[in-house]
Write a protein that binds this ligand. Structure first.
Ligand code: PHB
Length: 399
């Protein structure tokens, strides 16, 4: 009885509350559109276990501004970075504050759980939001004002599965970080691999926070696969590589493959020989042989002290998308005008040519097959095959 009453009373209050927030957010954004300064609020994990991700995106965004100036279409650009410590509730609160107090014109979103929690606010507040990190397919469908410059795990996992089949893999054990992008990596990999005649012996799920890979690596080894398919998110490749080598798996004859995350350029320099020979399908390598990438990696290294990685380009390209959209709208920040300008945009990124799919607002980009090799004493993911203009396969399958 009491529960029923609570629900009955609670619902209208919650609905009224949301309605009020909706009204005020929409009004605020209209006011923000007439200001001379255009504000971009990034909500990123700057601290905690995934803190490297926030550092990489914000360093790249700041580098973009240092290179391209802080004025676009006659308006000054101001970047605001907020730390959600990878906690979705924090991301929601910070987004609300950025919209209501700071009156931001754009948002930048980071990890999948945070991007999911920010979506209703971006929609109600009509704030164009660039997804700079999340690799989960469904995220871009959560708001009509979401546009992605990062990647999806599906984009890479189907391609590496096909490569593995072609190159003799028959029995795979999957080790997957236990959250949405890991589930998608596993699903797309397994669909392709089994279609090609391979068998996935077991999928092992590793907790996202403070992972200890050792027991999973032991279990995987006991199952005697010929190949291990592994997804760990940015920031965990170093720990994974150390435990992989400690268990002797680098010398076991079992092939290690995955999406690009397991050979994250931010961690590679510290992995010694542990990942040498590993084959991945990835969207970016710091070793990508183009002049624009050579310039990018040199400038990023100088500005941040780190090797540029696949997470950083999501921030760098995200800023380019915002700048170029503003040039097209002549400084108009109206969400529908901005999103309209972003749809179909194509440009040359440090990772190669990329574009925004006008139908899905998701990124279309090359996926490269790479092998880790030592060059001048350091491991690099060296590209040897290119799949051009790859779309998110889960969205394509749904249509
Ligand atoms: C995500 O937030 O979906 C994500 C983050 C880091 C990765 C992959 C996916 O390396």
């Amino acid at each position: 009885m009491r529960v029923t009453r609570r629900v009955a009373v609670g619902l209208p209050i919650a609905a009224a509350g949301l309605g009020m927030i909706g009204l005020s957010l929409a009004g605020l954004n209209a006011a923000a559109q007439t200001a001379d300064t255009i504000k971009i609020g990034l909500v990123l994990p700057m601290t905690g276990v995934q803190g490297a991700v926030g550092r990489e995106v914000s360093d790249a965004a700041k580098l973009y501004m240092a290179q391209h100036g802080d004025t676009v279409a006659g308006k000054k650009i101001e970047l605001i970075v907020r730390d959600d410590s990878s906690v979705p509730d924090n991301a929601k609160r910070l987004t609300q504050e950025l919209i209501v107090n700071d009156k931001v014109n754009f948002l930048g979103a980071g990890l999948t759980p945070s991007a999911m929690s920010m979506a209703p606010l971006a929609t109600e507040g009509k704030v164009p939001t660039v997804i700079m990190v999340s690799g989960t397919s469904v995220v871009t469908e959560r708001s009509p004002y979401y546009v992605r410059t990062s990647f999806t795990l599906g984009q890479q996992s189907g391609i590496i599965a096909d490569w593995a089949v072609k190159n003799g893999s028959k029995k795979v054990v999957a080790i997957l970080s236990d959250w949405a992008p890991g589930a998608e990596a596993g699903k797309v990999f397994s669909d392709h691999f089994t279609k090609g005649g391979g068998e996935v012996l077991e999928s092992l799920k590793v907790p996202l926070a403070n992972p200890d890979f050792s027991p999973f690596l032991q279990r995987a080894r006991d199952l005697q696969p010929d190949t291990l398919f592994v997804f760990v998110p940015a920031g965990q490749a170093g720990t994974f590589a150390r435990q992989f080598a400690e268990r002797g798996l680098d010398k076991s004859g079992i092939k290690l493959i995955g999406p690009g995350d397991i050979v994250d350029d931010d961690d590679l320099p510290s992995t010694g020989d542990a990942l040498v020979g590993v084959i991945t399908a990835g969207i970016y390598s710091a070793a990508h042989p183009s002049q624009i990438n050579k310039d990018y990696t040199a400038a990023y290294q100088k500005a941040s002290g780190h090797r540029a990685n696949f997470i950083s380009v999501g921030g760098y390209d995200g800023m380019n998308l915002i700048y170029e959209a503003l040039k097209k709208t002549n400084g108009n920040t109206d969400a529908d005008a901005v999103i309209g300008a972003m749809k179909g945009m194509t440009w040359e990124s440090p990772r190669g040519t990329i574009s925004i799919d006008p139908r899905t607002r998701d990124i279309v980009q090359n996926v490269y097959i790479r092998k880790v090799q030592k060059v001048d004493g350091q491991p690099w993911a060296i590209e040897f095959e290119t799949f051009p203009a790859v779309k998110d396969p889960l969205k394509e399958a749904a249509n």
